[in-house]
Design a protein around this ligand. Structure first.
Ligand SMILES: C[S@@+](CC[C@H](N)C(=O)[O-])C[C@H]1O[C@@H](n2cnc3c(N)ncnc32)[C@H](O)[C@@H]1O
Length: 424
């Protein structure tokens, strides 16, 4: 059975569902004396425990190894082949709270790369990153030898992904996760000193840290955990987020955006791959002041914005926008008969959002094709209930239900639910 992911073209804004074949992973034997293997994750600061609990459920035999705020590592029970490691990522682990996942090649810190006085030797550290890359992707590596024996192409690195763990919790002192200047600088230096055997296989735009990678490409990951502590790994691009370093979209808030929520819905629409375009009929519940609606209107959608609060005039005066002023419970249901996409971003408890959506989308006279909504965790304890929340959405007839804590989500998650095929 093919696995369904969604991909999109960022330049043209055309969203194309893309089917990748599930890769049959062969059982290449790994020497029993091989060193222990670790998996590296980044997440929003504050989400570490939620991610730990998810991994306890998804991979009970993995052992938590190390963490810093926004960064965790786990040890796998036994060494696996390169192909098996490449097949493990955020989508296959079905993680909500991980922003990125990479397979460790080793750590570079003052312990491994120091000057005579014991301080971190950055020049030596840069060279060490490529030495670690060679252990798995060099022409003489065991993985290359296994590939040649099996008659498979030898895996090569297409990109260098450099990213820092989050410096603060999202929103604290205006902090937004993103690619930092020091990540750009480190990427440039690593690119410049790339050994010839790696340089030859890098993608033509690999000199740009923010260039989106293509599905199937393998990236070298350098996670800057501290200025003098880098964790080096690799991953294969398997979804929209893993195309970017650390799953961080190079998105900026447009100057005319009416709220920061524009970013989370822009990211949510790209992540879900929902085919919302010209004249798609959308309802945006909790629309004020209007950033989320702007992301929909920019795609040509027709938007009914539900909110008792004021909508920004920029959105209110858009010809494709209609303000239904009031709480969702106060509005007549027949207003939503033609609507197909329900977007919700209310500052209420998860159970209220779910009750409101359930009451709407399970009605015989409402025909919802897809939902994209936030669940706000006023308390992190709600994270434990995510499987229950998603089970509830499936019970409404949505057969593709995914959740993720997006880069632009604060203490909340985004849920995307789709009926596929959709029969009106
Ligand atoms: C976080 S803000 C939404 C931001 C908005 N999505 C944007 O893009 O700018 C939450 C909104 O939910 C609205 N809200 C809360 N309860 C509601 C309800 N029962 N029905 C409709 N809107 C509601 C609030 O009035 C508030 O404007």
């Amino acid at each position: 059975m093919p696995a369904l992911f969604f991909s999109e073209s960022f330049d043209s804004q055309i969203i194309i569902p893309l089917v990748f074949e599930v890769i049959q992973v062969e059982n290449t034997p790994v020497a029993t004396s091989a060193p222990a293997q670790f998996v590296l994750f980044t997440c929003q600061r504050g989400a570490e425990n939620a991610l730990k609990k998810e991994l306890e459920r998804r991979r009970p035999n993995w052992r938590f190894s190390y963490s810093r705020p926004g960064f965790l590592t786990f040890r796998t029970p036994e060494p696996e082949s390169l192909e098996k490691r490449l097949a493990i990522d955020v989508p296959t682990l079905r993680l909500v709270f991980a922003r990125s996942c990479a397979h460790s090649l080793g750590r570079v810190s003052a312990r491994e790369c120091s000057n005579e006085d014991g301080t971190f030797d950055a020049t030596r550290a840069l060279a060490r990153v490529w030495e670690l890359a060679a252990t798995e992707f060099g022409a003489d590596s065991r993985s290359a030898e296994n590939a040649r024996k099996a008659g498979r192409p030898v895996r090569t690195l297409a990109r260098i992904h450099v990213y820092e763990r989050d410096q603060l919790a999202v929103g604290v002192r205006g902090y937004e996760p993103g690619l930092t200047q020091s990540a750009y600088d480190l990427h440039r230096r690593l690119f410049e000193i790339a050994p010839a055997e790696f340089r030859a296989s890098l993608a033509s735009d690999a000199n740009r840290l923010d260039a989106p990678g293509a599905p199937g490409e393998v990236c070298l990951d350098v996670v800057v955990v501290e200025e003098n502590e880098w964790h080096v790994g690799f991953h294969k691009i398997a979804d929209v987020h893993s195309r970017y370093p650390g799953g961080l979209f190079p998105l900026e808030l447009p100057t005319d955006a009416t709220s920061r929520a524009f970013l989370k819905f822009e990211e949510g629409l790209r992540w879900s791959g929902f085919p919302i375009g010209i004249e798609s009929r959308c309802v945006d519940i909790g629309a004020a002041p209007g950033g989320g609606s702007q992301a929909l209107l920019a795609r040509g959608a027709l938007v009914l914005g539900v909110d008792p609060a004021e909508i920004d005039p920029l959105v209110l005066n858009h010809p494709n926008f209609t303000h239904l002023r009031g709480k969702i419970s106060q509005l007549r249901r027949k207003l939503f008969r033609k609507s197909r996409w329900f977007i919700t971003d209310m500052n209420v408890a998860p159970s209220y959002t779910l009750d409101a959506l359930e009451e709407l989308v399970t009605r015989d006279d409402v025909s919802a094709r897809g939902l994209l909504f936030t669940l706000k965790f006023f308390d992190w304890k709600f994270a434990d209930d995510v499987p229950k929340f998603l089970g509830r959405v499936k019970d409404w007839g949505f057969n593709h239900v995914h959740a993720r804590q997006l880069q632009f989500n604060r203490q909340e998650i985004m849920v995307a639910a789709l009926k596929k095929p959709f029969v009106k």
